[in-house]
Design a protein around this ligand. Structure first.
Ligand code: MUC
Ligand code: MG
Length: 384
């Protein structure tokens, strides 16, 4: 059913926000996060928010916040001006026909369209994505200060405050024996109910990965995320690994998920809404995983609150989330960007229950961290 609501404005802006500490990954050290925010306005009273975020500029993937903004301003927004805002699938078909790739930018636009439509219907976004199975999600924390003692102290603080009990350690930058010693020391310092996993972000070669995975298993690590690039190497490693392997970077949408699933590359799939190309595509990646009996994990691109809650709305409906999620991105930022902060308590994130994403940006914070802004708009003539 179409209500006649049209898309009349798409605004993009970049927000630069510092992180609470340097975040060290195998390919980059982050000291801040840039969020590309989309504000989409419709001819009725409704509007929607979306976010495009990546890790370390172009260090993680082929889209930067600046390129997402340009893609939307120059190519996507003009296509959507005047389009029916209530037909999200149709609007995104138009975008997908005219714009190849650019998954992160498309995710931001699709999220904003879905937020506006769910607000229009008076429902949380989760209800447009199949409905919720839970109202809160387990959230892991990433230890990536680059220093073992600091990581242990940080993990202990998280346990004491009951914020996180599952920890992902970022490794792959140092020699394997040093990384394994680091993981073993953190594991040993924490109670049994805490879990330790690692993310190598593809930094290892296959042979060293085989040895590294075995040593990490002996040290009490329960999962290794994307140790090597490529589907085949990951599948070969999985065939002999004694602990779970998680696919991340190789999952760039439903087709890649099908390839990875059919080659048995990964016991667990990290689902990232931006990497998949949006919420609809991420839902298809989840379906592929479920059909292949691969566990589903709620991944993150270290998004701020908009992207984090968009993903949370989707993960709230996943049948089984035995490895939980890592939707902690907003907690890595020094500043609160919402009028009402997200609730992280008892090791979980509460999924907002209001219409749409269920969150509102704090305008003063937006103005404080805004780098630049562009808006594409159209004036619709009244009919009749
Ligand atoms: C990744 O590769 O999974 C997720 C958590 C974190 O610290 O970095 C990301 C990216
Ligand atoms: Mg990863």
């Amino acid at each position: 059913m179409s209500s006649g609501a049209r898309i009349v404005e798409i605004e993009t802006l970049l927000l630069d926000v510092p992180t609470i500490r340097p975040h060290r990954l195998s390919m980059v050290t982050m000291s801040g996060q840039t969020m590309m925010v989309v504000r989409l306005r419709c001819s009725d009273e409704f509007s929607g928010l979306g976010e495009g975020t990546t890790i370390g500029g172009l260090a993680y993937g082929s889209e930067s916040p600046e390129s997402m903004k340009l893609t939307i301003d120059r190519y996507i927004a003009p296509l959507l001006m005047g389009a029916d805002a209530t037909r999200v699938g149709l609007a995104m078909d138009k975008v997908n026909t005219a714009v190849k790739g650019n998954h992160f930018a498309k995710c931001a636009v699709e999220t904003a369209l879905l937020d506006a439509q769910a607000r229009r219907l008076g429902l949380p976004l989760s209800e447009l994505l199949g409905g919720r199975r839970r109202d809160s999600l387990p959230v892991a924390w990433t230890l990536a200060s680059g220093d073992t003692a600091k990581d242990i102290e940080e993990a202990q603080r998280m346990l004491e405050t009951r914020r996180h009990k599952d920890f992902k350690l970022k490794i792959g930058r140092r020699p394997i024996n040093e990384d394994v010693a680091h993981v073993a020391a953190v594991r040993k310092a924490l109670p049994d109910f805490a879990s330790v996993r690692v993310d190598v972000n593809m930094a290892w070669r296959e042979r060293e990965a085989a040895n590294g995975i075995a040593a990490l298993g002996d040290a009490g690590c329960v999962l290794v995320e994307q140790p090597v690039p490529g589907v085949e190497p990951l599948a070969r490693l999985q065939a002999k690994a004694g602990i779970a392997l998680m696919a991340d970077e190789i999952l760039t949408g439903p087709e890649s998920a099908l390839t990875a699933a059919s080659k048995l590359a990964g016991d667990v799939f990290s689902i990232k809404i931006e990497q998949a190309g949006g919420l609809f595509s991420a839902a298809k990646v989840i379906s592929v995983a479920e059909a292949a009996d691969i566990a589903v994990y709620g991944g993150t691109m270290l998004e701020g609150p908009i992207g984090t809650i968009a993903a949370a709305q989707l993960f709230s409906g996943v049948r089984s989330l035995e490895w939980g999620t890592e939707l902690f991105g907003p907690l890595l930022l020094t500043e609160e960007l919402l009028t009402e902060p997200l609730v992280y308590a008892d090791f979980e994130l509460k999924v907002p229950t209001g219409p749409g994403l269920g969150i509102q940006l704090h305008e003063a914070a937006v103005n404080r961290f805004r780098r630049d802004r562009t808006s594409t708009s159209t004036t619709l003539k009244a009919v009749g």
